[in-house]
Design a protein around this ligand. Structure first.
Ligand SMILES: [Zn+2]
Ligand SMILES: [Zn+2]
Length: 252
């Protein structure tokens, strides 16, 4: 079986799923007239660039929804990387986690036939810095950067107004959401969900970093209710445990 499961969402947008990995990480490949934008590069267990070139071989630029190991694994294959200013240090110096911890997570349950290189932490001094308001102009196609910190300090969403898609990385998906690491921030997370909720007239499809790639926008309404419940019960802080509403679940 192929490591990547590729789905064509529309004539210019592809969903790339690591469907054989326990984390079910999703990446997205947006085709423009001048260049293509890759949203995240996955775990890096299997190399990605050649696979993308077969879909469309224009220049590729890579944007990180956030700098966690499971979303930057193939960054080393590309020259043109974009990262939020609040996570530039993690790209410059490498993620502040021991390599062994990352490897234990990365290779859990993975058939060794898919692993064809040694894991090395990605580092780059030449990444381009972005933040709220930055726009990628792919040629007849614009993708906007929206700051949504909380799961990580420089987490972003990417909005495609034309296709009515919003790419939200690890801020919203169907599975346990994480706001319990030291570098997460429950109050920022709340504000980011509220921000996405207030923008919901601009999109129909929520494109997620893990598990089911495309959720309809009722999920942002449910996420808002979940966060409101947490706030009203005075649990909007680290150590308050797991909170559940309908199909959503978050650990703080
Ligand atoms: Zn993450
Ligand atoms: Zn993730």
């Amino acid at each position: 079986m192929e490591w990547f499961n590729i789905l064509k969402k529309d004539n210019k947008s592809y969903i790339i799923r690591e469907h054989l990995h326990w984390e079910k990480t999703n990446m997205y490949y947006l085709v423009g007239e001048e260049y293509n934008l890759l949203i995240d590069s996955g775990t890096g267990i299997t190399r990605l660039k050649e696979v993308l070139k077969h879909i469309d071989d224009k220049e590729i630029r890579v944007v990180s929804t956030h700098v966690h190991w499971d979303h930057i694994g193939n960054h080393c294959e590309f020259d043109n990387i974009y990262v939020h200013e609040r996570e530039f240090e993690w790209i410059k110096n490498g993620i502040p986690l021991p390599t062994e911890v990352i490897k234990n997570n990365l290779y859990r349950g993975v058939d060794s036939k898919y692993i064809n290189h040694d894991y090395k932490k990605f580092k780059s001094e030449s990444a381009n810095i972005i933040k709220q308001g930055y726009e990628f102009n792919l040629g007849n196609r614009n993708i906007e950067v929206i700051d949504i910190p909380g799961h990580s300090p420089g987490h972003i969403a990417l909005l495609d107004r034309e296709k009515r898609d919003i790419y939200v990385g690890d801020t919203l998906y169907q599975g346990r959401l994480f706001c319990n690491y030291e570098s997460t921030d429950p109050l920022e997370y709340y504000k980011s969900i509220e921000k996405l909720y207030n923008m919901r007239h601009l999109y129909d499809n929520i494109m997620c970093g893990h598990y089911k790639a495309l959720l309809d926008k009722t999920y942002i309404i449910d996420a808002m209710t979940l966060m409101e419940n947490i706030k009203h019960s005075k649990n909007l802080h680290h150590g308050s445990g797991v909170h559940i509403y309908k199909n959503l679940e978050i650990i703080m």
